[in-house]
Design a protein around this ligand. Structure first.
Ligand code: NAP
Length: 662
């Protein structure tokens, strides 16, 4: 581990982030050298280039010709005949030269049937009409991007000054809110418990830590990075991205680092919130705000397993999310409990260096390969992202489809489908078959590991994991997969229920987070002294659109209840939807001279009922399945049941009638 991996050090190892869609001088230079431009296009995906070409030329015939070869998420252009790829690149070269020389304007944003045909070809399958409006918005240039605050009547400066907002948390979502509030001219302060921005990407630095949603999608829509070194970046590069966002938008001066919010109390009399905070030195202070945006994240309080003898372990014991860079695993006998997204990254990373790695698996996860998971982004691709108009946006849509809404059909239970509980519908069964074939191929027919790692539950019941050499790791001579139950932890290892003793020098808990303790350990007190955690009960958080709870005026949650994604997705997309919604709520309050917006109880209740009804027909409530998305009573409190496009629509406009605006 190098110095920069440590929290508190500087984010390291990345190239500078460039934002927005650039059609800058590089393209103009290359336009003077057609052969060089043509060569540059070789590095970019032909299916994505096709979208740009069609946008410039309206050549719908090309869409028809290419469509049969674009077969879906992971194979945009591989099966496209070479002559068709060459034709796309030749024609786009000519178009870009004209454009760079000023003989062709930037094309308009496509609409209607043409846009839908483009989306369907880009995705490799039929894309519903719903997506055209969302895509049109994504293609808007930064100056007219409607996702930030759009004042109808820009308020006077003193009215804005009277409306301070506090954001709790300076991670991905808090920064997003801050950037948009700053653009809107609203005063705000971020209270951040750490000494740095970045939230999860600052706190997590276990070996192999990285993202499993592709970065060209997992980034702010308004701050695209065309220089990601890999399609799936590792922690340092991700943290650097959020640090750069904070700098680029001038957010740092608004942050109180090393300060934790203990409580927030609403005053009916003054229509504002008083936050009590504790600094790094333990001293308490207070801050008043007209609105509070909680951006505390979901997965930040590590969960240690309730296994007898846990505290007796004499070796090094550490949780993935509370890693210690001084821990040296080389040559050690290491145990790892947990095989979720964190374990999937730690195990294969340390396995080559340990003497023996024993993995304790309670239940297997579905694991899917991705050809880009380890791949570096080529220079050609980076060039195309940065220089070809709209290319980055179309690529983003392809990833949106492959990693989010394109998977949604696999999550819904078909009541007529019955294959003994192994899958829930025909698409889900197809995905299951694909993943089983993959793991069997990896482990080799006849391997005793096959039965151990093949889940009995349907795909997507727990978070799908991208294969980080998991199966290759399991085949190593120095790795054991234990599927028997753990009886107890003892000072020098673990004893299993079948009476074996496994000697260990170190124990890694890849056992997840206390996700159901939403907003813990803060206390939030609303109208008439209403306590948010009493209202929710111990583990049943609910909110209208995952954002607002009745009785808590102007208290907004980012990544709140029922906004998480388990099938892939992109939590930054959800956050941006929520931030836009919050801005619309604040606009309504501020422009109408009001003080606060409080969601009506019946609107909240209807929403929660709809969420629950939808979840009853989705994979996460599959009988016998365990996952961290459900509470003790079995209610799914963590996940969004909707498609992302539905949530985008639901949060696009704020409906004043749904609120008591006082
Ligand atoms: P997790 O998904 O909750 O997995 C925890 C693992 O620990 C599971 O395998 C669980 O088994 C096991 N476990 C828990 N208690 C146990 C016990 N008492 N005995 C034996 N095994 C036990 O946690 P995570 O891997 O940290 O991931 C949490 C979430 O963080 C993910 O779903 C994802 O959203 C996010 N994440 C993302 C990335 C990424 O982007 N690459 C990386 C890390 C985390 P059971 O399945 O049987 O409960």
């Amino acid at each position: 581990m190098h110095e920069t991996d440590r929290p508190g050090g500087h984010a390291a190892g990345t190239t500078p982030t460039s934002a927005g869609d650039s059609t800058g001088p590089v393209l103009a230079t290359l336009a003077r050298e057609p052969a060089a431009l043509r060569a540059a296009l070789e590095g970019a995906d032909a299916a994505t280039l096709l979208m740009v070409l069609v946008q410039f030329t309206g050549a719908a015939g090309l869409l028809e010709r290419a469509r049969p070869y674009i077969s879906g998420p992971l194979n945009y252009h591989e099966s496209m005949p070479e002559d068709l790829r060459a034709e796309i690149r030749d024609r786009l070269t000519a178009v870009l030269i004209d454009y760079a020389q000023g003989q062709r304007p930037l094309p308009p944003i496509p609409e209607g049937a043409m846009l839908r045909a483009m989306l369907s070809t880009a995705a490799g399958e039929d894309v519903a009409e719903d997506y055209t409006a969302m895509m049109r918005e994504d293609l808007e240039p930064a100056e007219t991007d409607p996702r930030g605050m759009v004042w109808r009547e820009p308020p006077a400066a003193d009215r804005l000054a009277q409306f301070p907002v506090v954001i709790i948390g300076g991670g991905m979502s808090g920064l997003c809110a801050a950037i948009r509030l700053k653009e809107a001219g609203l005063p705000f302060t971020i209270i951040e418990k750490n000494q740095a921005v970045g939230g999860s990407w600052y706190e997590n630095f276990y070996p192999g830590c990285g993202v499993d949603t592709p970065n060209h999608f997992y980034s702010y829509s308004f701050f695209l990075n065309h220089d990601w070194s890999h399609f799936f970046a590792k922690r340092d590069e991700l943290w650097a991205y959020f640090e750069q966002a904070a700098d680029r938008y001038g957010i740092r001066d608004h942050i109180r680092f090393g300060t934790e919010v203990i409580s927030a109390v609403w005053s009916d009399q003054d229509s504002d919130w008083t936050l009590t905070m504790r600094g790094a030195d333990g001293a308490q202070s207070r801050l008043r705000a007209k609105a509070v945006i909680s951006a505390v994240g979901v997965l930040n309080r590590p969960k240690l397993p309730d296994i007898p003898g846990r505290d007796s372990f004499a070796g090094t014991a550490l949780h993935t999310a509370a890693w210690d860079n001084d821990f040296d695993w080389h040559g050690k006998r290491v145990g790892m409990i947990g095989t979720g997204a964190s374990g999937q990254q730690v195990g294969p990373t340390i396995a080559p260096d340990v003497e023996r790695l024993t993995i304790f698996q309670r239940s297997p996860h579905w694991v899917v390969p991705n050809p880009n998971y380890f791949a570096e982004v080529s220079d050609g691709m980076k060039w195309a992202l940065a220089n070809i108009p709209y290319f980055a946006r179309w690529y983003r849509f392809q990833l949106f489809w492959a990693f989010a809404d394109g998977l949604h059909a696999a999550l819904k239970v078909d009541p007529a489908w019955d294959d003994g509980g192994r899958s829930i519908n025909v698409t889900n069964a197809r995905h299951r078959e694909f993943m089983v074939r993959y793991l069997r191929g990896k482990l080799g027919e006849g391997s005793p590991l096959i039965d151990k790692v093949t889940p009995g539950y349907p795909p997507y019941g727990k978070r799908i994991l991208i294969d980080n050499n998991w199966f290759d790791m399991l085949k190593r001579d120095n790795v054991d997969l234990e599927t028997g139950r753990i009886a107890r932890i003892v000072p020098d290892g673990i004893e299993t229920e079948d009476g074996r003793h496994i000697a260990l020098d170190a124990l890694i808990y890849a056992t997840g987070f206390q996700a159901s303790k939403v907003l813990a350990p803060m206390t939030i007190t609303g109208v008439g002294g209403k306590d948010l955690h009493e209202f929710w009960g111990p583990d049943d958080a609910t909110a209208y659109l995952g954002t607002m709870v009745p009785g808590f005026p102007n208290f907004f949650m980012l990544m709140g209840p029922n906004t998480g994604l388990a099938h892939g997705g992109n939590v930054i997309f959800i956050t941006e939807c929520q931030v836009r919604y919050i801005l619309s709520a604040l606009r309504e309050v501020i422009e109408t001279g009001a003080e606060a917006a409080d969601v009506r109880p019946e609107v909240f209740a209807d929403h929660v009922a709809e969420v629950d009804a939808l979840h009853a027909g989705m994979v996460w409530t599959h009988k016998g399945l365990t996952n961290w998305y459900r509470n003790e009573a079995g209610r799914v409190f963590a996940l969004l049941p909707y498609r992302l496009v539905d949530y985008w629509k639901m949060t696009r406009t704020f409906t004043p009638g749904e609120y008591r605006i006082t």
